[in-house]
Ligand binder design. Structure first.
Ligand code: SAM
Ligand code: SF4
Ligand code: SF4
Length: 323
């Protein structure tokens, strides 16, 4: 099987693929109230273009693709896309990151299409705070989505919660969630570079770890599949785990394994770098030779860590990158 390595000798086998910049929520830490002006449809990759890129990437060494957005489940035809991705040569796994609101409807069809791993973003288990934070969402609908994913047999089901002051200081409800359901709740350090307005709401990874331990959790719990950047903890007797993803220290850059492709066809070499390689023209020309050169360029230009070559603040909103 083909293997890709970047200039820092890291194996790159994972692609985060944003299929839309549109979303049915307006989370306060991700988007302004009025939303982000969506790119015109003509600038967004068609499914044929996404599949053509993915096939080339898979033959070059990408074995896992995570679909993200905006909200990936608002793009029509996403279930067929998952089936078609599974039919590609060399691609082993497709997963999705979603806010879960449409999972109630799509969990069954996605499972049929081959999808097993789902990350659902739920930052609080308080319905009132959830509605304020997302500016429109109903917590119960997201939880229905989570239950639907579990019922159809998806595994692992992970819950991503961005740690924010005043939103999820009390982790007890999430701890209870892991007692009741086999879900893996990961608290994620807020990245104010993407939304400076809320920078005072940042909670450090150290603080999060102390809170998780105060719940009576034991450290060193087994990772629920996949070698990602999270560390896991478990409350004795729980069905699921609690986890922590801290990015402010950049400590998982040494083992960074990923590229990102935005919905408008820009290859991003690092979450924190505005450096983008436009693959859309080569895709539209249907030129695999040129596309391969662009992928190689991304490997050459991928920075060593999140602090390398950074100028100013990140240009795109997280909803236009996909997390
Ligand atoms: N709409 C989907 C969702 O919310 O899961 C997928 C796209 S969303 C941009 C991907 C992830 O990025 C979510 O888990 C979200 O919480 C996270 N995110 C967005 N803005 C963030 C920020 N400023 N800091 C940390 N995480 C952020
Ligand atoms: Fe939408 Fe996800 Fe951003 Fe929330 S975090 S606004 S659900 S893209
Ligand atoms: Fe990789 Fe950049 Fe994230 Fe570090 S910050 S893990 S180099 S994408």
């Amino acid at each position: 099987m083909a293997e890709m390595r970047d200039t820092h000798d890291r194996r790159i086998d994972y692609l985060r693929l944003s299929i839309t910049d549109r979303c049915n929520l307006r989370c306060r830490y991700c988007m302004p109230e009025e939303g982000v002006a969506p790119k015109p449809h003509t600038n967004i990759m068609s499914y044929e273009e996404i599949l053509a890129f993915s096939q080339l990437a898979a033959r070059s060494g990408i074995s896992r693709i995570r679909l993200t957005g905006g909200e990936p489940l608002v793009r029509r035809g996403v279930v067929d896309l998952v089936s078609q991705l599974y039919a590609l040569d060399g691609l082993e796994e497709v997963s999705i990151t979603t806010n879960g609101l449409l999972l109630d409807k799509y969990a069954g069809p996605l499972f049929e299409a081959g999808l097993r791993r789902v990350n659902i973003s739920i930052d609080t288990l308080d319905p009132k705070i959830y509605k304020e934070l997302t500016r429109r969402g109903e917590l119960e609908q997201a939880l229905e989505g989570m239950r639907a994913a579990l019922e159809v047999g998806m595994e692992p089901v992970k819950i991503n919660a961005v740690a924010l002051k005043g939103v999820n200081d009390d982790m007890e409800p999430f701890a209870q969630l892991t007692m009741d359901y086999p879900v893996h709740v990961r608290f994620i350090e807020y990245m104010p570079a993407f939304y400076e307005k809320n920078k005072d709401d940042f909670v450090s990874g150290e603080e999060l770890e102390a809170r998780i331990m105060a719940l009576g959790s034991k450290s060193g719990a087994e990772s629920p599949g996949g070698a990602g950047p999270a560390r896991y903890f478990k409350i004795p007797g729980a069905k699921g785990t609690l986890g922590l993803i801290g990015s402010s220290k950049g400590h998982f850059c040494d083992s960074c394994n990923r590229l990102r492709l935005t919905a408008d066809g820009k290859l991003r070499t690092c979450l924190f770098s505005d450096h983008e390689i436009d693959v859309l023209p080569a895709l539209r020309r249907g030129d695999p030779g040129d596309l391969l050169k662009l992928i190689e360029r991304a490997l050459e230009e991928k920075p060593k860590d999140r602090f390398a070559k950074r100028e100013g603040k990140v240009n795109r909103k997280m909803s236009q990158i996909g997390g």
